[in-house]
Design a protein around this ligand. Structure first.
Ligand code: 13P
Ligand code: SF4
Length: 300
């Protein structure tokens, strides 16, 4: 009898499919993926896919971004209820209202947003390129930044500017406290503390590095340190440990994104077998959202 991983391998060939997975996915899902990465790396990969089918193991906005960037491909999401609560904290209508209150302001969205919100924006950012992208704006430009108030205030602080922020946040990263970071430091003295910029300010201030998930993987690879404290969703520990077998990685706290964990091997197999659920974005929204994503990708 075939294992689920073997069934997936056969279906992947039959369907001419590529499987992309986010760094927070379950270990067994990361293991069968063709590529595992952060939001920026996955968007770039999705845009370049030549296969007929993309199976996106991540949350809905990520699969939507793949469908927008590579519209001739069939984009599948193994569980279509895998949403990102932060992305759902602002609607297109709410952003339009905010823009009407600030005529002339540039509108910027974190890629953790719906296609409808991206369609209202001048440019997107991810946690991996936010500082680089936001540095392209003149310092005196009025800027609306949605939906993550933590990433927005982190970048504004770094660049010495201020943004009109939407009060959105990630419920998973919001749970990490400076007290937990201090306890992890006491337990693992000398280990650098890496946190995601979606963490609250007191946690970012208590850390040594504020990095995207891809940034954390790069940091761990090149740092001479042998132990690290990791303040983000614990799915990333699988990749960090796999890529750095001699090094130790300690979670700052048990942070789990329930939506990232909805993808199982069985659901990957079933979506390849059934070619469903398919992620589509209405043409009128996709065209405008693509402008904002392309503007981000062109910054490099
Ligand atoms: P990264 O782009 O850093 O992987 O972050 C995505 C995300 O959803 C973090 O919660
Ligand atoms: Fe969204 Fe937070 Fe989950 Fe990332 S970890 S997908 S921001 S809820």
């Amino acid at each position: 009898m075939q294992t689920t991983a073997e069934e997936i391998a056969a279906l992947r060939r039959e369907r001419n499919a590529v499987i992309l997975a986010h760094n927070y996915e379950r270990p067994e899902v990361q293991d069968i993926a063709d590529f595992t990465g952060d939001s920026l790396e996955l968007a770039r990969k999705a845009a370049a896919v030549e296969a007929d089918v993309i199976v996106f193991c991540g949350v809905y906005f990520m699969a939507e971004t793949a469908a927008i960037l590579n519209p001739s491909k069939t984009v599948l999401i193994p569980d279509e209820t895998a949403g990102c609560p932060m992305a759902d904290m602002i609607t297109g209508a709410q952003l339009r209202e905010l823009k009407a209150q600030h005529p002339g302001a540039a509108a910027v969205c974190y890629v953790n947003s719906t296609a409808e919100v991206k369609a209202e924006c001048d440019i997107c950012v991810t946690s991996g390129n936010a500082e680089r992208v936001m540095a392209t704006f003149p310092k005196d430009r009025e800027i609306i930044f949605v939906p993550d108030r933590h990433l927005g205030s982190h970048i504004a602080e770094k660049l010495g500017v201020s943004y009109i922020l939407w009060p959105g946040y990630c419920p998973t990263h919001a749970r990490l406290t400076a007290k937990q970071v201090a306890a992890a430091r006491a337990a693992h003295p000398g280990a650098p503390v890496l946190v995601h910029p979606e963490c609250p300010k007191e946690v970012r201030d208590a850390a040594d590095e504020r990095l995207s998930t891809g940034g954390m993987c790069a940091f761990a690879r090149t740092s001479p340190a042998q132990e690290f404290i990791v303040g983000t969703e614990t799915g990333i520990l699988h990749r960090l440990r796999h890529e750095n077998p001699g090094k130790k990685f300690w979670p700052a706290a048990e942070l789990v994104c329930p939506n990232m964990k909805k993808t199982t091997l069985e659901k990957v197999r079933d979506c390849l077998r059934d070619l469903s659920p398919v992620v589509t974005v209405p043409e009128e929204i996709a065209v405008r959202a693509k402008r904002a994503i392309d503007a981000m990708l062109s910054v490099g």
